[in-house]
Design a protein around this ligand. Structure first.
Ligand SMILES: [Zn+2]
Ligand SMILES: [Zn+2]
Length: 271
């Protein structure tokens, strides 16, 4: 035990010669033994780590009058901080657009920076793939591309290396008429003939035609047919054994006219 002063007849068991606890930074923060007090002026002295400070201590015991020396001077030395607890400050999480930082490490007790942080690498983009879509005459399509939902950028590759613009992903509409499906001609004829009626329903004055286009019978209701109103070949397609009904009043005239206009001589023209 060392003391800062030569003591004679002093009522002291022990006094600290070195202060080992942090974060006491003033003499008044340092605990003194019972019946002793730091001199008021010295109590305000700042304590720096490892720098010895001379401090006067006064004996205040009830029996102090019995002692010749009531004040001693001791040395108080604040020990170096052992940094019992640390905290990290300035940490930055990395993203696909910026590097991160692990943060600097500080002592929670003395506040010193103990260690610098280090930069961390960027994160990969969080890419969502969009499949290629062909453009049509009226609708735009798109190329295959990748979009990062974090930074909003577009890329042509799954690694996010080749950045492209959003506009460049668009395939403009062609503006052309869509081409006919190639399957149509082969499928239609196989079903249609079987469902068509063998004979189309007759309308007034129209031909009765079978599936081959042959006319079987015709009813002529008008009385106004003349050589000028009936075309030369108007009855050419008519079946040679067709039955042609005509108005009674015109039977004779029409028989002559129709045969001139292509009706077979074997056709039956009747009223
Ligand atoms: Zn510390
Ligand atoms: Zn990104």
């Amino acid at each position: 035990m060392e003391y800062g002063a030569e003591l004679t007849n002093v009522a002291v068991d022990k006094l600290p010669v070195n202060i080992t606890k942090q974060p006491e930074t003033k003499v008044s923060d340092v605990k003194h033994p019972a019946d002793w007090q730091w001199d008021a002026e010295d109590a305000e002295k700042e304590l720096e780590e490892t720098v010895p400070v001379a401090v006067k201590a006064n004996y205040t015991g009830k029996d102090k009058e019995n002692y010749e020396i009531q004040q001693i001077t001791i040395t108080v030395t604040r020990s170096a901080c052992e940094h019992p607890a640390t905290k990290t400050e300035g940490k930055i999480a990395s993203t696909c657009t910026q590097n991160g930082y692990t943060g600097d490490i500080y002592c929670e007790q003395c506040g010193r920076k103990l260690k610098d942080g280090i930069e961390t690498a960027k994160q990969p983009h969080e890419l969502k793939k969009t499949e290629k879509k062909d453009a049509t005459a009226v609708a735009a399509g798109n190329i295959e591309y990748y979009h990062c939902e974090v930074c909003g950028r577009y890329f042509s590759d799954s690694e996010g290396r080749n950045e492209i613009t959003k506009d460049s992903t668009v395939i403009p509409a062609t503006g052309e008429k869509p081409t006919e499906p190639t399957t149509e001609p082969t499928t239609e004829p196989t079903t249609e003939p079987s469902t068509k009626p063998a004979v189309k329903p007759a309308k007034k004055g129209t031909k009765l035609v079978d599936s081959k286009g042959t006319t079987y019978s015709v009813t002529v209701k008008t009385t106004k047919l003349t050589g000028n109103s009936v075309g030369t070949n108007a009855f050419k397609e008519i079946y040679y054994k067709a039955v042609i009904k005509v108005p009674k009043s015109k039977l004779k005239y029409y028989t002559k006219l129709l045969k001139k206009r292509g009706v077979s001589s074997k056709a039956k023209i009747k009223k």
